[in-house]
Design a binder for this molecule. Structure first.
Ligand SMILES: [Zn+2]
Length: 160
């Protein structure tokens, strides 16, 4: 299962909508503008690091590499180097969205902090391909043996 460019584009557009909605709701401010530029830069390495951590928690080796983004330019991506169960793959896939997306969203709402809320939405939008892969694999059983696709966003099923 690999994601087509069309699917990846669709998910990245959908995932950026909350950020745009936030700006409409909160009004464009300098803080919002600065956060929208700086947050993705500061969160890129932690995002990929959390993928590596997710793989390592199950003893799967992974390395940081590059793939082509939906817009054609190179983007950072972690690739697992060994086959693994879909259960462990899902953890590695969703860890950045949970830690850098969901956690700031919950904190932003509970603290009433708009900048933290925005950081959460940026974190979610950075995980759009991860969420798309998770969504497309949601019906596969957890014990399914998968391997990261070497050049595309998606997995190769090894036990089918
Ligand atoms: Zn990711």
């Amino acid at each position: 299962m690999i994601l087509s460019t069309r699917t990846r584009t669709l998910w990245s557009v959908i995932s950026v909508l909350p950020v745009l909605a936030f700006i409409l709701w909160d009004g464009p401010t300098w803080l919002t503008l600065v956060l929208m530029i700086i947050a993705p830069l500061l969160m890129a390495i932690p995002h990929e690091g959390l993928h590596v951590l997710g793989h390592r928690l199950y003893g799967v080796r992974a390395r940081l590499g590059q793939i082509k983004s939906v817009f054609g330019w190179p983007t950072l991506a972690v690739q697992a180097l060994e086959p693994q169960s879909l259960r462990s793959y899902r953890l590695a896939l969703l860890l950045p969205a949970l830690v850098l997306g969901l956690v700031p969203l919950v904190l932003g709402v509970s603290l009433g902090s708009r900048p933290v809320l925005l950081i959460g939405w940026v974190g979610v939008s950075m995980a759009s391909s991860d969420l798309a892969v998770w969504f497309h694999l949601r019906h596969w059983p957890g014990q399914t043996l998968v391997r990261d696709h070497p050049g595309e966003v998606g997995v190769i099923r090894l036990d089918a």
